[in-house]
Design a protein around this ligand. Structure first.
Ligand code: TRP
Ligand code: ZN
Length: 852
């Protein structure tokens, strides 16, 4: 398979040519769009080297060099032109078929509108080009299309011309004054509702803000607009970074492979991260919109003004921008709850990736298909690495580093090393060892041993680290900020600091300690490592009550529940009856009875770790025992705390904030485990709900409790929402989570539903993705039926949309912890995929690594 060869970071070479200006003209047509690309090409390398451009699925119409026809060779996605010229103008005319493009990469159609997605390597589906991020060009774009069907014609930068054309068509010209790589190019043509506003920047420039949504959705655009204005303000205040164009546009489309895309001046968003009103969107949806709007906006500096030299450097922009969007959410909302969400992504998803066949450093060294590296490792572990820098340098040092980075590299395509150099130079902190975080795959394990010397009143802590890389080799020690608090018996804080662990083993002393303290270790997940320390139940109960950090209290609650669950698993293995200790129950009752805790935090504490999170805590898992243990603990906690939960539920009904709603719905979900007697409560909440959070909370409880009103509620919900695709996604997802062994039959039936389509990634993710990634027990059923069903779907998706197919392969490749029987079923499925004659590079890369 020649097209499936890996590319290596070590082979990076500066381009032999660059393109300084591009003039694009689009003649839009659904099945035959014509694209004329006029480029100013300049030779950078030695004379004699041919110009090699890349292109995919293009129909070549003509090529001229300085206005003259020129000889060219077109082979395997390459266009090769032998020329001696130093600088010249190249004009290429190609044709493409947007309507047939179901991959959602390049130029495609979403619900009758044209749109583009060029990151990472989609521009080559629009024209032959130097489609690599270190070629920065100034773009002008002319778009022509039918005027009545496509009144809005959008591209990057500022509008410079528009007018009428023949046959009821019209045209618009855009100019982007900032040089940019091709992956930031964007075009949209369609008919939309438009919400407009403005923002006055810190240097008093007025920026026009526009949010384009499908007709009839104008009232759902205001939260995105408000989020955009908050993002612009926040980036000025916290980072001193100001917007640079006169206009900022966001377009929402329903067919989109990811969350959103930061194209210069013209962001394109998945509707999921734009549209919201209280009737149809949950509190989580509102929060997601704010964070993704922020994320794309923050890319304007960290990604667009300063971009990546090559795709191996992706974390340069993504890790940093995720860090920035997390800080934005934390400054605007609850810092603790936002931190908890980030920690969950790391522990439940990134640790799994790091121990599976797709493990890679945040700066990967080899890639077959770049789209496969938009991962939780590059994004979320990348953000944790930036967060560690922030911890080590402090806010001031970090901001000084950012300032140096921006001053040095504005307008350039740079590397992760350039970023760390700027941080190092501005802060004069030695980061030479810290750089290993960029090169080292795998999750380091930090082991803790404590010793108390009564005679010296000295407490000593030995921290040891080890990390196994992809190849099983032991890695070099890393620079790990390890945050710790020591508490005395009464809950007073004795010490609270960040230790810097740099050696493979290191001892830290605390003097003036009169009694053995309780340790809160790796507070707030100060480094992306696994902590190896067995807390006792007593220690965890103490931390839940007294740790200064709210995040540490939550971590203790998760550890406590997990403790209870694994204890039950052991009891099942030794065929004794399962029990739950009174201390654990009392600790949870204490949380519910506590009057002063942040309700959003309590909601997190009352939500049991998912099966996936629990699996991450062990090396081997007996899934059936785990399922039984988790259900047992859930029921025990609910039954033992029934009165407190019911009282708390009642007291929260009148509250009207997101935290209280989350707490209330967590109570309801537990209560529905107690008995059918809560069916009426569920029904009442459903009937009187004033917002989607409460409707869905009730529906979830009815499904989870298998209440007799479940079918009626599901039917009512469907009747109300069948014309609102984003809400139908919630309905699909809820049913895909069903515990019953017939769930695959349900999913097959739902995939025939008129609202469902295999061409739409949101639909596929909500129905099939939720089943494969969220319904751990049914998906991993011992008879292999879950794996086989997913495999049939993947075969279909491989043809329609390889990017989507590849994302959905993930639950099939992380199988090392399962028993031989499950592994055998999975391997058979992977082999079936590998044998497909038209297997995409995307799926090939993951499947072949998993089988290796
Ligand atoms: N750069 C985008 C972001 O992080 C990610 C993205 C959007 C993307 N669409 C994509 C990545 C398609 C790969 C393919 O905001
Ligand atoms: Zn991003």
């Amino acid at each position: 398979m020649s097209q499936s060869e890996a590319k290596y970071l070590k082979d990076y070479q500066t381009p032999a040519f660059t393109i300084t200006h591009v003039d694009l003209a689009f003649h839009l047509d659904e099945s035959r769009t014509q694209v004329r690309a006029k480029s100013k090409v300049v030779r950078l390398g030695p004379v004699g080297e041919p110009l090699v451009l890349v292109g995919e699925q293009l129909k070549m119409l003509s090529v001229t060099l300085d206005g003259e026809p020129v000889e060219y060779q077109e082979t395997e996605g390459e266009l090769r032109i032998e020329t001696q010229a130093q600088a010249f103008e190249l004009e290429i005319v190609t044709a493409l078929d947007p309507q047939a493009n179901s991959s959602l990469e390049g130029l495609y159609m979403s619900d009758g509108a044209y749109c583009t997605q060029c990151e990472a390597e989609g521009f080559r589906r629009i024209s032959y080009f130097l489609d690599r991020p270190d070629v920065l060009a100034k773009y002008t774009v002319r778009i022509e299309a039918d005027k009545s069907a496509f009144p809005f014609l959008l591209s990057n930068g500022n509008l410079i011309d528009q007018g009428e054309a023949d046959n009821g068509r019209h045209f618009v010209c855009w100019e982007d004054p900032f040089p940019k790589p091709s992956y930031l190019f964007a075009l949209v043509a369609g008919d939309f509702d438009l919400l407009e506003d403005q923002f006055v920047t810190m240097s008093k420039r007025t920026v026009k803000l526009q949010v384009f949504v499908d007709k009839g959705n104008l009232h759902k655009a205001s939260h995105a607009m408000a989020s955009l204005k908050k993002s612009m303000k926040w980036d000025e205040e916290r980072f001193g970074l100001e917007y640079d164009l006169d206009i900022y546009m966001i377009v929402a489309v329903d067919f989109f492979n990811m969350g959103a895309m930061e194209n210069k001046g013209l962001n394109i968003f998945n509707t999921k991260y734009v549209l919201a009103d209280t009737a149809s969107a949950t509190d989580d949806d509102y929060h997601g919109i704010e964070s993704v709007v922020g994320h794309e906006y923050f890319h304007n500096w960290t990604g667009n003004r300063i971009t990546c030299r090559d795709w191996f450097q992706l974390s340069l922009k993504e890790g940093l921008t995720v860090f920035r969007d997390q800080e934005f959410s934390s400054d605007l909302g609850s810092r603790a709850v936002n931190r908890i969400h980030a920690i969950k992504v790391m522990k439940n998803q990134q640790f799994a990736e790091d121990s599976g066949p797709m493990a890679h450093p945040i700066r990967p060294e080899s890639v077959i298909e770049m789209n496969n590296f938009y991962t939780v490792t590059v994004y979320n572990k990348g953000a944790e690495v930036i967060r560690m820098l922030h911890t080590l340098l402090g806010e001031q040092g970090f901001q000084a580093g950012m300032k140096t980075y921006v001053e040095r590299h504005d307008g350039q395509a740079v590397t992760c090393d350039d970023f760390v150099n700027a941080m190092e130079d501005a802060s004069s902190k030695d980061l030479s060892q810290f750089r290993r975080w960029y090169a080292q795959a795998g999750t380091p394990v930090v082991t803790v041993a404590a010793d108390f010397n009564q005679a010296l009143n000295r407490f000593s802590l030995t921290l040891s680290q080890s990390v196994k890389g992809v190849d099983g080799q032991l890695g070099e020690p890393l620079h790990i900020p390890f945050s710790i608090e020591l508490l005395d018996r009464d809950g007073n804080s004795l010490a609270n600091k960040v230790l810097e662990l740099t050696a493979s083993s290191q001892i830290f002393h605390f003097d003036g300690i009169m009694q053995p303290p309780v340790m809160s270790l790796l507070q707030d997940f100060s480094a992306p490592v696994r902590l190896d320390y067995q807390y006792s139940i007593e220690e965890l109960v103490h931390l839940m009550a007294f740790a200064s950090s709210e995040v540490a209290r939550w971590e203790a609650s998760v550890a406590l529940i997990s403790h209870g669950i694994w204890h039950c698993v052991k009891q099942r293995q030794s065929q004794t009856v399962m029990t739950l200790s009174a201390e654990i129950i009392d600790a949870f009752r204490g949380v519910i009875l506590h009057e002063d805790l942040d309700p959003a935090l309590v909601a997190e504490m009352l939500t049991l770790p998912t099966a996936a999170a629990l699996i991450e805590q062990v090396d081997h898992v007996e899934l059936d025992f785990l399922a039984q243990a988790r259900e047992f603990i859930l029921a025990q906690l609910a039954v033992s705390c029934e009165d407190e939960l019911a009282a708390r539920y009642q007291s929260l009904i009148s509250k009207d904030d997101a935290g209280s709603r989350a707490y209330k719905n967590a109570c309801l979900l537990l209560l529905c485990q107690v008995s059918d007697s809560y069916e009426a409560t569920v029904q009442q909440q459903y009937d009187s709900a004033m917002n989607m959070t409460d409707s869905l909370g009730a529906l979830h409880a009815a499904v989870k409790g298998q209440f007799s009103n479940k079918e009626a509620l599901l039917a009512d919900f469907e009747r109300k929402w069948r014309h609102t695709p984003l809400v139908m996604d919630k309905w699909f997802a809820l049913q895909a989570m069903d515990d019953s062994p017939e769930v695959i039959e349900t999913i097959k039936r739902l995939s025939q539903h008129s609202s469902f389509s295999f061409n739409n990634p949101n639909r596929v993710r909500s129905l099939i993705g939720t089943f494969a990634m969220g319904n751990t027990y049914q998906f991993n059923k011992i008879d292999g039926s879950g794996y086989q069903y997913l495999t049939q779907i993947l075969i279909k998706l491989n043809d329609i949309n390889p990017q989507l197919a590849s994302r959905m392969v993930t639950p099939l490749i992380q199988f090392a912890k399962f028993d031989v029987q499950r592994q055998a079923h999975i391997r058979a499925c992977l082999s079936e995929l590998l044998a497909l004659p038209n297997l995409s590079k995307d799926v090939y890369e993951k499947v072949s690594k998993a089988l290796a």
